[in-house]
Design a protein around this ligand. Structure first.
Ligand code: CTP
Ligand code: MG
Length: 233
């Protein structure tokens, strides 16, 4: 069953504070975008992953650099994967919507460029659950810290039951129809794609995520990413 992967990489990386959009920050000699595209191309060699194309969504002023990075990653992986690069928008949802216009195939995965080290097994679990018939599938992890609700002054209002909570990652998987429904309302925004699907009334299934699917968001994450990269050389 053929699948497109949309890679939103059009954010500016304010929390990382590297003076350039996050996707172009270096980890072990390659950009974050390069690593992510390379990994997806590599995984597509496996039987369970019938990859149609990768759609990379980037800042409009970095289209040329992004095309170079993405094509270099695809060429290095050597699977002949088709890579399409399109300009993103102000919000993540705008970027995904721009990518969606280029999606082909029966299923669409949306995978943050910033989740550079996401293992193949996470993609496999998401694709597997889609093939079982779930229209929307997200990877998630149990929350390890104790969670407390606080008021504006920092005073604890309540300790939250974490056993029913999951920290949600990407790739998030959709039937093409479900993703189109999720994004049907042009003005709608959410921090993840499944959030829009929920609002559209679609059931969202959680499969097991992986700590390695962490998102490079702040300096600490970048340090971790560089350490992981060094360990792989
Ligand atoms: N993203 C995007 N378009 C946007 C905003 C975000 O394509 N307008 C992408 C980012 O490039 C990233 C993913 O969505 O791969 C997750 O977003 P986030 O971690 O918030 O990245 P940034 O928005 O770049 O970071 P920040 O919020 O710190 O500025
Ligand atoms: Mg952001």
């Amino acid at each position: 069953m053929s699948t497109s992967v949309i890679v939103p990489a059009a954010g500016s990386g304010v929390r990382l504070g590297e003076n350039r959009p996050k996707a172009f920050v270096d980890v072990g000699g390659r950009s974050i975008l390069w690593h992510t595209v390379f990994a997806i191309c590599e995984y597509s060699a496996d039987d369970w992953f019938d990859l149609d194309r990768i759609i990379v969504v980037v800042p409009a002023d970095l289209m040329v650099a992004a095309r170079h990075e993405a094509q270099s990653a695809a060429d290095n992986a050597g699977r002949g994967t088709e890579v399409v690069v399109v300009p993103g928008g102000a919000e993540r949802s705008d970027s995904v919507r721009a990518g969606l216009a280029q999606a082909t195939g029966e299923y669409v995965l949306v995978h943050d460029a910033a989740r550079t080290f996401t293992p193949a097994a996470v993609f496999e679990r998401v694709v597997g659950a889609l093939l079982e018939g779930h229209p929307v599938v997200v990877p998630g992890l149990p929350v390890v810290d104790t969670l407390k609700r606080v008021d504006q002054g920092g005073r604890v209002v309540q300790t939250v039951d974490r056993s029913v909570l999951r920290a949600i990652q990407t790739p998030q998987g959709f039937t093409a129809d479900a993703l189109a429904r999720a994004y049907a309302d042009a003005g709608d925004t959410a921090t993840d794609d499944a959030g829009l699907a929920e609002r559209a009334g679609l059931p969202v299934q959680v499969v097991e995520g992986d700590p390695l699917a962490f998102k490079i968001t702040k300096q600490w994450d970048l340090r971790l990413a560089r350490t992981i990269s060094e360990g792989r050389d």
